[in-house]
Write a protein that binds this ligand. Structure first.
Ligand code: ARG
Length: 456
């Protein structure tokens, strides 16, 4: 078939060039955005008397039919078309004849594709926020049930200080809440209509870009037509935001994997979110968490692919930019799947409080509390730190933990230590007393949960 650009050239391209050039395989996903954009464009053309009212109405009503068919899956997409924009225009013209050919007045595929992509990403932002909220709600209820479950907090993966499991989970909630903020922020900058930029320079027709943007629900119109068709920073922004969410999920996954192993034994993942081994009958593998961790690399790849594609591109549109879509689609799909899976995984997670408590009791994680106790008894913190360190070394050598070291032995290290030391180093007390703002005290955890839930 002759190409729509036939004229300047013969319009006859080789089959291999056609295949190479075509993007309909993946941009067919933009079909609903594309038709919506075309309906608004047809309305604007009529409103501005660039085409007649009757032509505008005919275009819109046929586009509405196409939209319905695309939505219910009865529209047969011609994968021989160059891209989704050409397919819709060709289909329209097939159905209503020459009026179909008027739709592209005062428009170019350059502003059209930028528009479709922005519409798609805006919708995705809403979906992602909903899914993040569902996950945060699940985490917040897990945190609530464990507001006073004591576990060792780690630095350098070494037992550090006692915290509550609820506090630890709330940390992830805070991260995910910021992820929502970032995505909303991205949506705000994506919410600018490029349509009417045309190929790059605007148009000689008396268009009304504001009218068209408003019909499509955009907050504003881009101020520079070259910018409107050239930049994909909004796509990079959502890819960065998705990468950051995935980074958070990946750290969370890593902890679930560690905690569910026998060495930690802090949690058990439910049967429906784990797998068995084909050879080792005893295995219960945390595949879902591992896959989320693994897919994080793939999403980073998507971000870097687009960053690299755009690097060094001269203004305005270049065909390189057709490569912008697959990485974004892949990252969006991956994030949605990961969030859904994570939600289910957290829902079925069982906490082994005894093992957490046991691990907390073994690691001298109350050594800081012993030092703090000595500070209260009048020692400067540095000296208190030294005494506490020496006591710990003694305990390790002689098979004690701080809780069962006799008071006489304590006194041999520091006269000022008295019977109330046991109270000071009791793990439960250690946690309850960390009531500084943002600290791990169960009361703080409850107020964090209240904050988290209020944000949902
Ligand atoms: N399929 C193209 C893309 O995704 C649409 C824009 C084509 N514009 C052009 N001047 N060739 O970027």
């Amino acid at each position: 078939m002759a190409k729509m650009w036939e004229g300047r050239t013969s319009g006859k391209t080789s089959e291999i060039a056609d295949d190479f050039n075509s993007s309909i395989r993946f941009d067919c996903r933009l079909i609903l955005c594309d038709i919506k954009g075309s309906m608004a464009h047809a309305a604007m053309l009529g409103y501005c008397n660039i085409i007649t009212k009757a032509e505008s109405e005919l275009l819109i009503s046929e586009l509405e039919k196409l939209y319905g068919e695309a939505e219910n899956g009865t529209l047969k997409i011609d994968y021989g078309a160059e891209d989704i924009h050409m397919f819709i225009e060709e289909e329209l013209t097939k159905r209503i004849g020459d009026v179909g050919k008027k739709l592209h007045t005062a428009r170019s595929r350059n502003d059209q594709v930028a528009l479709d992509f922005r519409l798609y990403i805006k919708e995705f932002c809403d979906t992602a926020v909903e899914k993040l909220k569902a996950l945060i709600a699940e985490c917040s209820s897990l945190a609530y049930k464990n507001a006073d479950t004591i576990m060792p907090g780690y630095t350098h993966l070494q037992r550090a200080q006692p915290i509550t499991f609820g506090h630890h989970i709330c940390a992830y909630c805070m991260m995910l809440l910021r992820d929502i903020d970032r995505i909303c922020d991205c949506k705000m900058r994506t919410d600018v209509s490029p349509i009417g930029s045309c190929a790059l320079a605007g148009t000689t027709f008396p268009t009304d870009r504001g009218y068209e943007a408003e019909k499509l629900g955009f907050a504003s119109v881009c101020k520079n037509s070259v910018d409107g068709v050239s930049d994909r920073d909004f796509a990079l922004e959502i890819l960065s935001d998705i990468s950051i969410v995935m980074m958070h999920l990946s750290r969370f996954s890593e902890e679930l994997i560690l905690w569910s192993g026998a060495e930690f034994g802090f949690i058990e993942l439910s049967d429906d979110f784990t797998t068995g081994s084909s050879i080792m009958p005893q295995k219960k593998n945390p595949d879902m968490a591992e896959l989320v961790r693994g897919k994080t690399g793939r999403v980073y790849g998507d971000l870097f692919a687009l960053l690299t594609t755009l690097k060094g591109l001269p203004l305005a549109y270049n065909k390189d930019m057709q490569e912008d879509k697959e990485s974004v689609f892949d990252a969006c799909d991956t994030l949605c799947m990961c969030l859904d899976v994570f939600c289910g995984m957290i829902k079925g997670l069982k906490v082994n409080k005894e093992n957490m408590r046991l691990a907390a009791a073994k690691g001298f994680i109350n050594a800081t509390d012993l030092a703090d106790y000595l500070v209260l008894k009048g020692l400067p913190f540095r000296s208190a730190y030294k005494v506490s360190g020496r006591v710990v070394a003694y305990c390790i050598e002689n098979g004690f933990v701080l809780e069962d070291l006799p008071i006489e032995t304590y006194k041999s290290f520091e006269e000022k230590i008295e019977g109330d030391v046991y109270d000071a180093i009791d793990l439960h007390n250690c946690v309850v007393r960390r009531a500084s703002e943002g600290g791990t005290a169960p009361a703080n955890v409850l107020s964090q949960i209240e904050y988290i839930n209020s944000k949902l």
